[in-house]
Write a protein that binds this ligand. Structure first.
Ligand code: ADP
Length: 494
């Protein structure tokens, strides 16, 4: 990657962002806009359309019309595949532009953004493009005078609500399988990370996606997101974000048409280090990266570090050493390891958690403060708090910031009990050289993803989803397709 190209893109003015409804850029019905503040300097980057309920309803109507006349689902699979593959190519050929725009909007360090955002999104769209003609119905083993056909149909209109931490990656996790299965989609990006995702939606149209099949409305979650949740014409709602919003979406569903709701929520994922880990230096490096990259704004972040008591002090020192070497600052510099916190609201929340942690007896080993105030941006030091008891707020609540909660344990049973002592169950890891122990811990820790002697790595072939209050349903892999199809039985007398 080339710093000069990044710097040229950083200086580009950003046009005001409109909605994309029925293939056209349209302003809000009442003309209202919202300022987009860049977390890099706290300055206004541009504006986005501040959607109204009427805008959302018009986007849903457009998606419904596109679904009903089968302009997308009715195309031969090879034609749909071609459009999606072209879209993936366009995402790739515009990767740097997309990544830089996204970073100016959400603050992720560019080194991570380029891989995790356009890079991942293109791969995801391509994966589901390739899958779309490999998923088909079944013939049931019935008695011989009937034919029982099981069709797999698209569900209709999918509503997708996307968070701000990885808008392209997570957007593609929803859009890829939803569009591959022939659905129409209405998308609602996050207020503080709409720009790159809206550009990705434009690229879908450049790739040949028919108008109305993919519509996107920007604005406040509590307005346009709520209108989507309460719509009688949205058949499935898919969401990644906070537990509070997830809970609301289920309520909206219950109060409207009982649409299916799939949630990918937060986590408080345990990273468990046994004294017999194969390489403690590697474990420390991965532990630090697993919580501090993207300033901890990662749903699967290893935010609880559980360390066997005999190596506690030594291991904490190693993690702190790695963290000290991780440069916090300008997210558009290739040297930066930890970018900006997404918003001042999020930064205040992070600092509040640190204060509570010390009030509850935790010791700050490093960090704890806002830094680089002179930039006007929202930056926070990587923060390590030790002596966090399993029932402390910092062990129980998701921070979604660069704050690591450290707890010592004595035995394997202890580690598993502590790991399972939150309402969440998204990810986790165990570091050990003992094969049997690795399998026992994988089995007994209640999560959707467990890593062994690594953290955070996975590709699109494996599902990602939580248990407990980390959510339901899965993104990624062929299993994600199930959210976007209905099974229909045809029972035919022969
Ligand atoms: P955070 O608090 O970290 O911003 P949210 O869950 O609020 O996380 O945000 C994730 C997404 O949910 C964003 O696109 C946001 O606009 C949307 N959202 C927020 N509140 C609501 C709501 N009441 N109804 C629907 N969507 C919402």
């Amino acid at each position: 990657m080339d710093q000069s190209k990044i710097d040229a893109l950083r200086a580009r003015p950003v046009s005001p962002q409109l909605h994309l409804i029925d293939g056209k850029q349209v302003p809000t019905s009442d003309g209202a806009t919202m300022d987009v503040l860049s977390p890099l300097d706290g300055q206004v980057l541009t504006t986005i359309a501040k959607g109204t309920t009427a805008d959302m309803e018009s986007a849903i109507a457009s998606a419904r019309a596109a679904f009903d006349d089968r302009r997308w689902a009715g195309q031969p699979p090879a034609a749909r595949k071609k459009v999606l593959l072209k879209w993936a190519d366009l995402i790739e050929s515009n990767a740097l532009e997309l990544a830089v725009l996204g970073v100016r909007d959400n603050g992720t360090e560019i080194g991570m953004a380029i891989k995790a955002e356009p890079g991942s999104a293109a791969g995801t769209i391509r994966y589901y493009a390739e899958a779309l003609d490999k998923v088909y119905g079944e013939i049931a083993p019935t008695q011989s005078d009937v034919l029982g056909l099981i069709h797999k149909e698209p569900v209709g209109v999918v509503g997708a609500i996307i968070p701000w931490n990885f808008p392209l990656m997570i957007g593609a996790w929803k859009l890829g399988p939803a569009l591959a299965m022939g659905n129409s989609v209405v998308l609602k990006p996050a207020e503080t990370a709409s720009l790159s995702l809206m550009r990705m939606v434009e690229l879908a149209h450049e790739a040949g996606l028919p108008s109305g099949v993919l519509n996107a409305v920007t604005g406040e979650g509590a307005v346009v997101g709520e209108a989507m949740g309460l719509s009688m014409d949205v058949d499935v709602l898919v969401f990644t974000g906070s537990g509070g919003t997830g809970r609301r979406l289920m309520e909206y569903s219950a109060r409207s048409n009982m649409k299916r709701v799939y949630l990918e929520l937060g986590g408080k994922s345990p990273n468990i280090i046994f004294a017999d880990a194969p390489d403690l230096d590697e474990a420390a490096k991965v532990a630090a990266h697993g919580i501090f990259r993207n300033a901890g704004q990662v749903c699967v972040a290893g935010s609880r570090l559980l360390i066997e008591a005999s190596i506690h002090d030594e291991f904490v020192a190693k993690v702190a050493e790695v963290a000290k070497g991780m440069q916090v600052g300008d997210p558009l510099s290739l040297k930066t390891a930890i970018g900006a916190v997404n918003s001042d609201r999020q930064l205040d929340q992070n600092l509040g958690f640190v204060k509570t942690a010390t009030a509850e007896g935790g010791q700050i080993i490093m960090g704890g403060n806002r830094i680089l105030r002179e930039t006007g941006g929202y930056f926070m030091e990587p923060t390590i708090v030790t002596g966090v008891t399993p029932d402390a707020t910092l062990a129980q609540k998701e921070v979604f910031g660069p704050v690591l909660a450290v707890t010592a344990f004595e035995t394997e049973e202890d580690a598993i009990r502590i790991a399972n002592s939150t309402v969440y169950g998204l990810a986790g890891a165990v570091w050990t050289s003992n094969l049997s122990r690795a399998h026992r811990v994988v089995r007994d820790v209640r999560t959707g993803v467990m890593h062994v002697n690594t953290y955070g790595g996975a590709d699109g072939t494996v599902p990602l989803g939580g248990v407990g209050q980390s959510g339901n349903g899965h993104d990624k892999s062929l299993h994600a397709l199930e959210k976007y199809i209905n099974l229909k039985t045809a029972w035919i007398k022969l």
